[in-house]
Design a protein around this ligand. Structure first.
Ligand SMILES: [Zn+2]
Ligand SMILES: [Zn+2]
Length: 252
């Protein structure tokens, strides 16, 4: 039954439209077009606050048709008038019709438990969100992701953390509050040419070393008494090297 009424309400929200409106004394007549290309006249009696539709679904089935739901929506009625819900689907009205009175025990049955109220609220919230965000894919995706997260956390038994809790956890971890304004500076310029060292030191090639050595003024070695680029400390090593080089040249 819930599904059937829900279908009528969805039909009223999405498919129905008013094609004509007229008023007679205290009665408003709405011409309502539905998705089956049918046009029915819904009469709204302002004195009795009653609604009737030409399709007579209420008379046949006992629940309101999409046309009346549409008019209810247009006249800003948030709660379905009790006379349209009590007629057929509640024990009290049946008992009243048969016995002429309602026993006390039945009257107290209408006190619904908290679980029922909560589940009704959830159903309303869910379908409300679904109806509101149906046209927006991004919002619908957010809604679905949120629902999935909630389902997973409920399944695993952990309590879902709200955005505020998460923020507090992160702030506790870092030991400081999140700044309202985050300033981002451009990164330091990186050298892409030459040596990447910023100290100015670089590897000097053998050739460059030799040129620099050649340009130095000559000095006299105390050991061999020659003018050259070495002193008495390096004399033996330099002479040995020169000999080796000379031998290598002779061999060639
Ligand atoms: Zn109708
Ligand atoms: Zn020397």
């Amino acid at each position: 039954m819930f599904r059937r009424v829900h279908e009528e309400i969805m039909e009223a929200c999405c498919k129905c439209r008013v094609v004509g409106l007229s008023a007679e004394d205290m009665r408003d007549l709405y011409k309502v077009d539905d998705s089956y290309q049918n046009t029915y006249i819904v009469t709204h009696d302002k004195n009795e606050q009653s609604y009737s539709c030409e399709c007579k679904l209420f008379g046949r089935q006992g629940f309101l048709c999409s046309h009346i739901f549409f008019v209810l929506k247009n006249t800003d009625i948030k709660v379905i008038p009790s006379k349209y819900t009590e007629s057929r689907w509640m024990k009290t009205s049946l008992v009243r019709a048969v016995h002429g009175y309602v026993p006390d025990s039945l009257q107290h049955i209408s006190v619904v438990d908290e679980k029922q109220i909560l589940s009704n609220e959830l159903t309303t919230m869910f379908y409300g969100c679904l109806g509101r965000y149906q046209c927006n894919t991004d919002r619908l995706l957010d809604f679905a992701t949120g629902m999935k997260d909630l389902c997973n956390s409920l399944k695993s038994g952990t309590t879902p953390t709200s955005a505020l809790d998460k923020r507090r956890m992160v702030e506790d971890f870092y030991g400081m509050a999140r700044p309202e304004l985050v300033e981002v500076h451009p990164p330091e310029v990186v050298k892409t040419k030459g040596s990447c060292s910023s100290k100015g030191s670089r590897i000097i090639s053998q050739r460059e070393k030799a040129i620099r050595e050649f340009n130095k003024p000559l000095r006299k070695c105390v050991t061999c008494q020659e003018l050259g680029h070495h002193d008495s400390r390096k004399c033996a090593r330099v002479k040995a090297k020169e000999k080796k080089n000379a031998k290598g040249k002779e061999k060639c």
